[in-house]
Write a protein that binds this ligand. Structure first.
Ligand code: GDP
Ligand code: GDP
Length: 304
């Protein structure tokens, strides 16, 4: 997991420890780091921002002993990574749900993302997590087009003991979402998780459809589910969904199978939105809160 990025950062730290921190000596090493970042799915704009900031922070700094220098550079690198990820991390989901409930309203989350990104699985994981925490949760299927979409969500619902709200295939996805929230409101339920289509086979435009669902249903937040293995494309997708639909954050899936590691940095930087969770496997419990500090320490070599 994340070996590529780890290796690139370790090589950078080893080299820089043996170098004078003058712009002339620093330049080529930082350039090498940029290439390592690019090779490991960090988007170009992000790699450039990281390297520029490092050059600025490290140039001309005088640190005495070798070990001090390594610790100093590591800290500079760590701070840069945290700034890219947004150091404050995602807002507390449970707190947001409770605040909405205090107003007598259900908390609704619209999930968007391309087919195969792990959207349905992620919804099931989050549903289980919230149910385990004592919230009353329903899932709604606003993909009324893809054959099997409703059954897939219902199968998760059956296994987890969570209700799935649906209409028939061909129904208006926006109406499904709207009705699900109205149902939850009428029953005093806590959370509505809305699954959507990830591809449209007709001449209709996916982004337009998602924007319509959002406009009609007015979910509290919209979360993009994006597959870490799509690499550099993860950032492109994130930007596209954010522009067309508007997202409040992302879940990065398949991080367990991601040997490179740059997708998290790219998605967070390009959208400026927090990553709420990472998916680390196919099981229902394979969902971890995303903590920027933990992620930074995961990809950075240890301080010694
Ligand atoms: P959807 O089309 O976006 O709804 O995607 P699905 O939820 O059907 O997931 C597609 C595939 O990705 C399934 O085989 C999931 O088990 C798998 N998957 C989802 N999340 C993860 C994850 O975090 N790690 C791994 N290894 N596989 C995942
Ligand atoms: P209409 O003339 O606006 O009702 O649109 P269509 O006849 O093309 O589609 C019939 C219904 O299916 C509408 O409610 C659409 O919202 C829905 N629909 C069409 N294409 C898709 C799709 O690719 N995905 C999903 N989820 N719904 C779709």
């Amino acid at each position: 997991m994340l070996e590529g990025l780890k290796k690139g950062l370790r090589r950078f730290l080893d080299k820089i420890t043996k170098t004078e921190l003058s712009p002339k000596k620093l330049g080529p090493i930082v350039e090498e780091l940029k290439i390592a970042l690019l090779e490991n799915d960090v988007a170009f704009s992000v790699a450039e921002a990281i390297c520029e900031e490092l050059m600025r922070e490290l140039t001309g700094v005088r640190v005495g002993r070798m070990s001090d220098k390594k610790a100093f550079v590591r800290e500079a690198l760590r701070n840069t990574i945290l700034r890219v990820l947004g150091p404050e991390g995602p807002p507390d989901l449970e707190e947001m749900i409770r605040a909405r409930r205090a107003e007598g309203e259900p908390f609704s989350i619209l999930f968007v993302g391309f087919n195969g990104s792990g959207k349905t699985t992620t919804i099931a994981k989050i549903a289980k997590k919230l149910k385990d925490e004592g919230f009353r949760v329903v899932m709604a299927c606003s993909d009324t087009f893809r054959a099997g979409a409703i059954e897939q969500l219902e199968e998760h619902g059956r296994r987890l003991g969570i209700r799935v709200l649906k209409h028939k295939y061909g129904a208006d996805p926006a109406a499904v979402a709207y009705d699900a929230i109205a149902h939850a409101r009428a029953r005093g339920l806590d959370v509505v998780l809305i699954d959507t289509a990830g591809r449209i086979q007709t001449d209709r435009n996916l982004m337009d459809e998602l924007a319509k669902i959002k406009r009609v249903a007015e979910p509290d937040i919209t979360i993009l589910v994006v597959d870490a293995l799509t690499g550099n494309d993860a950032a492109v997708q994130a930007e596209m969904f954010d522009k067309a639909v508007g997202i409040d954050g992302a879940v990065l899936t398949k991080v367990d199978a991601d040997v490179r590691g740059g997708a998290a940095l790219s998605v967070a930087y390009v959208t400026g939105k927090p990553i709420f969770f990472i998916g680390v496997g196919q099981g229902y419990d394979d969902l971890k809160p995303f903590v920027p500090e933990e992620f930074a320490d995961m990809i950075l070599p240890s301080g010694e």
